[in-house]
Each structure stands twice: as C-alpha cells, then as structure tokens.
Design a protein around this ligand. Structure first.
Ligand code: OGA
Ligand code: NI
Length: 209
C-alpha cells in the first residue's frame, strides 16, 4: 500500500474542515484499486447487489423515481478480501478524529452500482429517523470514464454547484449534514464504494426497515 505522509493527511482534512468537502485524486494505488474493482465485478457477476432504498427504519422503502442504484453492503468480517481497503479507511478515520476532533465511532459502507440510465435525486445523507452520519466518502471505480458518460456527482455548496466526475481512484469526502448532492443520470454502468463515518455505533437501521 502506498504510504501517505502526515502533511498530506493534514492538507486533506484541513480542506474538508474549511470547505465542507475535499476531492482527492489517485487516493488508491494500483494494487488496492485493482483489488476493489475486481471484488466489485465479482459481486456484480454473482448478482449480489440489491436495489437501494430511501430512508431508515420504518421509513425505508424502494423508489426508483428517486434513486436507481443497486448496493452490496460491506462487512469487514465477511469481506476479508478487502482488508487493505478497510485498513486505509481506518487510517482516514484516525486522521479525521485526530485533526478534526470528530469523534467518529463507527463506519458503514456499500458498493454501489448505477445501471445505465439511473440517477439519485438531490438529497442529504442523513435520515430523519437516524442522524448519526458525520462524513460521507465515495471512492470511484470507473476506469476510462469520459465526458458524456454522465453520472457526475453534483454538489450544492453555498450558492455554487460543483460537478465531480466519477473517475477511477478518486475519493471525495464531504460533511453529511450540510451538503445537498445528487448523482446525475449515468449513460454507462457506474461503480463506486460509498461509506459513512458515524458518530455513534451503527444500529444497522437499514436492515430493520
Ligand atoms: C449516496 C450518494 C453519490 C455518488 O449514496 O448517498 O449520494 O457519487 N452517492 O455516488
Ligand atoms: Ni448521498
């Protein structure tokens, strides 16, 4: 795994604290990227993704007019092939706790597959029934992404709109409670890992819906 200097971590977490989001290119090195992408393709090939829902607990339901992705929830106990990824994410969490005093206590993540023609309408990553998400993170896995492929992440930041292209190895971090965002319609299959850093241990609310 590539080693990231302390200065580099500090620049990233400072940018996140100051601007509400930070985009980090080439966050994954080649080996880690390959591992994650192959894992993704394998789960997709074995039909292990489920249509994603909206809301938590009793409000959880499916609505493809609002969100069209399919997800595979990750579990570090089960998905041990991804140990290198979980290690990297834990390092990220440790830096956020050290330099931003965030008090992140847990983490939840899923792989997301947006079939061609799907999108996720404008939303905040917090549920009314469960508001413990502090930081959202997405790692994109779209090799050879080109303008016209669509599926950009659109951020609504203060009075500005910012488009983030979902290119391979890119990481975006943003504050879950303040940054409305949407996924524009994708014209090709769109791959990512999406995770949330939580302020309290996860109650796996999505499973109880
Ligand atoms: C989400 C989300 C954005 C993206 O899953 O909540 O907004 O770029 N994802 O995949
Ligand atoms: Ni979101």
């Amino acid at each position: 795994m590539k080693s990231i200097t302390e200065e580099q971590w500090i620049d990233w977490v400072d940018a996140l604290a100051a601007n509400d989001y930070v985009v980090i290119d080439d966050f994954l090195d080649d080996d880690t990227y390959r591992l994650l992408r192959n894992f993704f393709l394998n789960k997709l090939g074995h039909d292990e993704f489920d249509p994603a829902g909206i809301g938590a607990l009793s409000e959880h339901h499916l609505d493809t007019s609002r969100r069209g992705d399919h997800v595979y929830w990750l579990d570090s106990e089960v998905d041990q092939n991804l140990a290198a990824i979980f290690e990297l994410i834990h390092e990220l969490i440790a830096k956020l706790n050290r330099y931003c005093f965030l008090g992140i206590a847990d983490f939840e993540s899923h792989l997301a597959y947006y079939p061609k023609g799907t999108f996720y309408e404008k939303h905040l990553d917090q549920f009314k029934a469960r508001s413990n998400r502090l930081i959202s993170m997405i790692i994109y896995l779209n090799e050879g992404w080109q303008p016209g492929d669509g599926g950009e992440l659109k951020l609504y930041h203060n009075d500005e709109e910012k488009l983030v292209e979902p290119i391979a190895k890119r990481l975006i971090l943003f504050k879950s409670d303040v940054l409305p965002h949407e996924v524009l319609t994708t014209n090709v299959g769109r791959y990512s890992l999406t995770g949330w850093m939580l302020k309290n241990p996860s109650d796996l609310g999505f499973l109880l819906g």
